[in-house]
Design a protein. Structure first.
Length: 392
């Protein structure tokens, strides 16, 4: 039997070894230009190192540093359930230690994971908690960042997000924090895209891309470049969009960024659909849907189901098209995403008209008018007018 002093000695040695292991990984990750490749190659080993220290108050400094080093690289892996556990464990420890800024930073990351999983109320709660702490600590730039994330969330449920995001940008500019300014420009790009304002979305994405490149934030720069490609595609700048998609496909595959790769497949489908290449559109959207099965992101799944409904309508496969559109409508209604729900309803009405079922199309449009009328935004008003013009 090991006596108490001997046991304490070996526990101390083990603790020292765990800390040294994490320090070694941190040093390797922080070596310029190697972090992305290293994280992909050593992901399981890195997580094992994190698991040994993430719940220990004595090791919080190392666990927190490792989480912050890994999180930007692994977010696209869509390993969200496991990362929610790590982030919650670390936040609990930060609360025990009364480390308020670290607690708020972890709350923002927890909110991001919930947002991409479609848990919008959980995302909102975490963003508000973080914003409150930042405000109490007078951390202006970080408060602005949390505010911009709330803005994107609000924009998915209504039109007020853009003004909130621009308020956040003004705060970040006062704080002169280029990293936060870049993040907010990315959020503004997302909001403009949701409003179908592609030129404005492109300008915001380009601003973010320049700042990320300046800061050598290559993983974030890739995401900004993706937003630029999306805007080029929507603006009909096919040569730029197709060239960018080829670059991104290779980069995202190497990074194992399943999340952005699924979005890229969606964009390739949109480009093919816009050029009436129905088979290519269907193939890309089905590939994106398969990738989405790993992500469990209901909002993006709904986008893909809607798009597949469109292409199957064009291909004359009306039964499949109807099923896809109805699934998209159900998801978007549950998420409170009124505009995209209305867009899918519009596509369902078009399908009924193509099938010669005017009564069903009329009923779909009638159900859509009131909720869509409540959205005070140009793209919503245009959709409403288009829908009402379809029937006498």
């Amino acid at each position: 039997m090991i006596d108490a002093p001997e046991k304490q000695k070996w526990q101390t040695i083990l603790q020292r070894q765990k800390r040294a292991n994490v320090e070694r990984w941190l040093q390797r990750i922080q070596e310029r230009g190697t972090s992305s490749d290293l994280v992909v190659q050593e992901y399981d080993n890195l997580l094992r190192a994190l698991e040994l220290v993430v719940s220990s108050p004595d090791d919080f400094d190392l666990a927190y540093r490792l989480i912050q080093a890994l999180y930007p690289e692994v977010f696209g892996f869509a390993d969200w359930d496991r990362w929610l556990v790590y982030l919650e464990q670390a936040r609990t420890t930060s609360q025990q230690l009364n480390y308020l800024e670290e607690e708020a930073n972890l709350a923002v990351q927890i909110g991001e994971v919930h947002y991409y999983c479609g848990n919008l109320e959980e995302a909102k709660l975490n963003y508000y908690q973080a914003q409150g702490i930042y405000e109490a600590l007078q951390l202006l730039a970080k408060k602005a960042n949390a505010l911009s994330k709330l803005a994107v969330l609000y924009e998915s449920q209504g039109p007020e997000g853009l003004a909130l995001c621009q308020e956040a940008l003004a705060l970040a500019q006062i704080a002169q924090d280029e990293g936060v300014i870049a993040d907010i420009q990315m959020n503004i790009s997302h909001i403009w895209a949701r409003m179908y304002e592609w030129e404005a979305g492109l300008q915001a994405a380009e601003s973010a891309y320049v700042l990320y490149q300046k800061q050598n934030e290559q993983t974030k720069a890739v995401k900004a470049f993706f937003n630029m490609m999306t805007c080029w595609e929507k603006l009909g700048r096919w040569d730029e969009a197709e060239k960018a998609s080829e670059q991104l496909r290779d980069v995202l595959t190497k990074m194992q960024d399943v999340h952005t790769l699924a979005k890229l497949k969606n964009n390739l489908g949109v480009m093919a659909f816009s050029q009436e290449k129905w088979d290519a559109a269907e193939r890309n959207w089905q590939e994106a849907l398969q990738l989405q099965s790993q992500l469990q992101n209901p909002a993006e799944r709904a986008f893909l189901l809607n798009n597949l409904g469109l292409v199957y309508t064009q291909m004359g496969e009306t039964a499949v098209a109807k099923t896809m559109l109805q699934q998209a409508i159900t998801i978007q209604q549950a998420l409170g995403d009124t505009f995209n729900w209305a867009n899918a309803m519009d596509n369902l009405a078009d399908l009924y008209l193509m099938m010669g079922d005017t009564a069903a199309a009329r009923q779909v449009i009638r159900e859509t008018v009131s909720p869509l009328s409540a959205l005070d935004a140009p793209h919503a008003r245009k959709l409403l007018a288009d829908m009402q013009a379809k029937l006498p």
